[in-house]
Write a protein that binds this ligand. Structure first.
Ligand code: PLP
Ligand code: ZN
Length: 420
C-alpha cells in the first residue's frame, strides 16, 4: 500500500452518492459503501462564484473554472490543459440542415491531443491531494496518452493498462513518456475489471477507477468553454462521442451549472450521443428507453470508444433523453467518411471517434432531429494522427515526379479541381 502523506497545497472535496445521497469524506473511492452507486464531489453551495469578467481575465486553461472543479487550494500539476479552439464550420451547416455549426476542437488538446487531458488534469491533482505517489488507468488509448504525459511532467510513476489490439499511434503516444505500460489480452472491460483489483491491491491512484469521482468533473470544462467561447450563451444542440458515457453526462452537468450560476441564460442544449454500430450499447439504450443497458462485445475500428459495458451508460442515456436529444450509431465505413468530410470542410484531422461524431450528426439530421434554426456544436475529442490505420485504402497515392516543370504542368492539366 502506498503511503498517504496528504499534500498541504491542494485538498479534494468530500463526496456524496448520486443514488442514495450518503456522504463521505474526501477519499480515493468512487463507489458508495451503502448502495454501490457512483460518488460525486460535494461543492459548497454557498461558495463565492466568479463573474463572467473574472473568468475571462484568468489564464487560458481549464483552471479558469476552478470553482466548479473538485479541488481547493493550489493544484500543483497540469496548469495549462484546456481552453481549446471553438471553430465555426459554415460548410457543414447546409449538410446538417441547420443554421450554424461549430467544432470544439480537442484534437489539439494540450498535452496529449485528446479531451482526456481534461479528466486527467482533475484526477492527477486529486492524487496529489491524497498523497498518492503512483497513478494509472485502464484505457482505450487516449486516456493512456494523457496519464503517461501528465505523470511524466509531474514526475510520478505511472502504471497503464490497455487492451492488446490498440492502434500503433496510441501505443507509441503512451510509451514515449516511459510509463509502465501493460497490454492485456482482452477487451477494455477485461482491462477495467483488472484495474479495479489493481487499485485495491497496490493503493495507486487509478484515475478512472478509484479517482473516478474527481476525474469525471474535468469533462464539465468542455461545456464551460463552449458556453464562454460562444459569447456566454448555449448552442441549441451538442453532439458528443460516447464510450463510458461520462463526457456526455458531464456536458449536461456543466451546462446546468452555468445556467444556475446565472452566467448563461436561455434553454439548455439538447444532447446527442454518438457511437460506432459495432459497439453501441448506449445508443441502443436510448432507442429502447427501458433503462436496462445490455453489454456488448466491441467489433469496430473506433477503438477509443469501444466500451461494451460502459460505467456511466445508464446515466448518459438518461441525460440525453432528459435534454430532449437522441443518439445514433454509424458503420466503420461511415465513420471513415466522417473523418474525411471533417478534414475537407473544417481543416481538422480527427481520429475515429471524431469520424463517428460527424457521421452520427449526419445520421441524426437524416432522421429529422435537427431544426433549420439549430446552432450545433460537434465535440471533436481526439487527433487523427493517432489512428492513421483507419484511412488505409481511403486516400489516393501522391504522384512522384522528376524535378521538371513540364511534368508538373502535365499533371496540373490532367487534374480536375476536385479530383479526390
Ligand atoms: C477520443 C475519445 N472521445 C470520446 C471518448 C468518450 O469518453 P467517455 O468515456 O467519457 O464517454 C473517449 C474515451 O475514451 C475518447 O477516447
Ligand atoms: Zn449510495
Amino acid at each position: 500500500m502506498t503511503a498517504v502523506a496528504v499534500s498541504p497545497r491542494v485538498r479534494a472535496l468530500p463526496l456524496r452518492c448520486r443514488n442514495c445521497g450518503a456522504e463521505t469524506d474526501a477519499a480515493p473511492v468512487a463507489i458508495c459503501a451503502e448502495c454501490l452507486g457512483p460518488l460525486e464531489p460535494r461543492y459548497d453551495a454557498a461558495r463565492r462564484l466568479p463573474t463572467r469578467e473574472e473568468i475571462a481575465s484568468r489564464g487560458p486553461s481549464l483552471w479558469r473554472y476552478r470553482e466548479w472543479l473538485p479541488l481547493e487550494g493550489d493544484p500543483p500539476y497540469s496548469p495549462d490543459t484546456g481552453f481549446t479552439p471553438l471553430v465555426e464550420v459554415p460548410r457543414l451547416a447546409p449538410l446538417l440542415g441547420v443554421a450554424r455549426v461549430w467544432v470544439k476542437n480537442d484534437a489539439v488538446s494540450h498535452p496529449s491531443l485528446s479531451f482526456k487531458d481534461r479528466v486527467v488534469a482533475a484526477a492527477i491533482n486529486a492524487a496529489a491531494a491524497f498523497g498518492l505517489d503512483t497513478v494509472g488507468c485502464a484505457s482505450t488509448g487516449n486516456l493512456a496518452n494523457a496519464v503517461a504525459a501528465q505523470a511524466a511532467r509531474a514526475g510520478l510513476p505511472a502504471w497503464i493498462f490497455i487492451p492488446d489490439n490498440l492502434e500503433y499511434g496510441k501505443v507509441v503516444g503512451t510509451s514515449v513518456y516511459a510509463p509502465n505500460l501493460v497490454r492485456i489480452r482482452g477487451t477494455y472491460d477485461d482491462v477495467n475489471r483488472l484495474c479495479a483489483q489493481v487499485a485495491d491491491r497496490f493503493g495507486w491512484g487509478i484515475v478512472n477507477v478509484n479517482l473516478r469521482s474527481y476525474y469525471g468533473e474535468g469533462s464539465k470544462t468542455f461545456a464551460f468553454e463552449i458556453a464562454e467561447q460562444l459569447g456566454w450563451r448555449f448552442p441549441t444542440a451538442v453532439v458528443a462521442p460516447m464510450a463510458g458515457g461520462s463526457l456526455v453526462s458531464k456536458l449536461g452537468k456543466g451546462f446546468r451549472e452555468f445556467l444556475s450560476a446565472g452566467l448563461v441564460e436561455g434553454e439548455l442544449p439538447r444532447l446527442y450521443g454518438a457511437q460506432a454500430s459495432g459497439c453501441a450499447p448506449i445508443v441502443r439504450l436510448v432507442e429502447r428507453g427501458d433503462g436496462q443497458l445490455i453489454p456488448e462485445i466491441p467489433d469496430t475500428i473506433a477503438r477509443s470508444i469501444a466500451i461494451g459495458s460502459p460505467a456511466d451508460g445508464a446515466y448518459a442515456a438518461e441525460s440525453i433523453r432528459q435534454s430532449g436529444g437522441w443518439a445514433a450509431s454509424v458503420s466503420d465505413a461511415e465513420l471513415v467518411r466522417g473523418i474525411l468530410l471533417l478534414a475537407e470542410t473544417a481543416g481538422i484531422f480527427t481520429e475515429t471517434a471524431g469520424g463517428v461524431t460527424l457521421a452520427s450528426a449526419l445520421e441524426l439530421a437524416r432522421q429529422g432531429h435537427f431544426r433549420p434554426n439549430d446552432e450545433v456544436v460537434l465535440c471533436i475529442t481526439g487527433n487523427g494522427l493517432k489512428t492513421v490505420e483507419a484511412l488505409s485504402g481511403s486516400l489516393g497515392e501522391a504522384p512522384v515526379l522528376a524535378p521538371r516543370l513540364r511534368d508538373v504542368a502535365d499533371l496540373v492539366a490532367r487534374t480536375s479541381p476536385s479530383s479526390r
